[in-house]
Ligand binder design. Sequence first.
Ligand code: IMP
Ligand code: MG
Length: 434
Amino acid sequence: MPIIVVVGGQWGDEGKGRIVDLLARKAKVVARYSAGNNAGHTIVNDRGEFKLHVVPAGIFYPEKTCVIGNGVAVDPEVLLGEIENLEAKGVSTSKLVLSDRAQVIMPWHKRIDQLDEAMRGEAAIGTTGKGVGPCFVDKVARRGIRIADLLRAEDLRPRVESTLAYQNKVITGVYGGEPIAFEDCFQAYLEFGRRLHQYVGDVQAIVLDAHHRGEYVLLEGAQGSLLDLDHGTYPYVTSSVPSSSSAGAALGVGIGPTDIQRVVGVFKSYSTRVGNGPFPTELFDDVANTLRDHGKEYGRGEYGTTTGRPRRIGWLDAVSARYSVRFNGLAAVALTRLDVLDQMPTIKICTHYELDGEIIETLPARESVLNAVKPIYEELPGWLAPTTEVRNFDDLPPQAQAFIKRVEQLLGCPVDLISVGPSREQAIIVNPIF
Ligand code: IMP
Ligand code: MG
């Protein structure tokens, strides 16, 4: 049975949590494989609205095992908070498993994230400030602390001692910040380890055993592919190692690339981005406000799940989307928030960029070029009719069908699933993904 990867195709917040929640119905195991609590999923179901940052979106199905892979940067305080909140609302976390190889976000990571952004001034990345970037820096620098280290005082003490000694020099010397006291930090993390111990398990075995038993496994990416360290709009990217793009999925749970059968990319029917960095189709007019505030009164507007920041808004950018389809090896697209376009008299899609009379069809690497390109749009008529109750492709207004067909053509990938609202059943399954 297949192992399927679900990734965000743009700059994040494409509605992956909602798609994972839907696809998780058939899966036995749902795993997060990268990033940290910079990510945020909003899920609406019969128990209410949930905002998850670390726990996989499959947690609402009691019979499924939910896995946090070795590729994830885990803030134990945030994870424990999510567990408590879920349990308090009657959602069991007894089938949650945390990799002992996952990196831990420590207090110095959060402090450095904020000090570093302040030091960058105008050139700030616009990070979520959760310490995720500095945590991955420590991972690569081989001084990270892993979940396994939290479980015993004799393992944790020397690791915190050596890394904190180094990081306090960085905090005070490079940034002029306040050092972090050892003992409080050590005791707090030892306590986190004690509380997390019951969740720690062998992630690789869980994923592969399910696969070999013939069960479906869903590997859930966080963030968007255009925030990828290698392929994204560097340096305005996130620092996850392994990457949140599909290639990182195998590494992030400890399986091989040949174990993965299919990759599904989630794209919004338009584009959004939080944080700084190039965004060729960004809009600054009333269209942006209309799209951003659609559904705001019931918490569905375009405001960050993690930071509450208003998201930057633009039309669908088929140039960056096509590029993302390619480096993720996508077999299918899930197109979300089609209903947000219901109110638009005309809809634009950027088909290519232009710069000094030259046509550009894929994402340029140079930041200055990407900032200077002119998006060239194709205009499609809107449908000006509600789609929220539609459940079959053929029942969509003809203009909406034409829009989707054009997206497929431009992206070079079939649209197999369309979402027309936040709840589980507000979806049009064009081709079953499982
Ligand atoms: P960091 O991951 O907090 O270091 O932030 C780096 C960049 O990635 C910033 O532009 C953030 O806004 C963006 N980012 C990180 N996580 C997410 C996410 O889950 N959704 C959207 N943007 C994100
Ligand atoms: Mg999000």
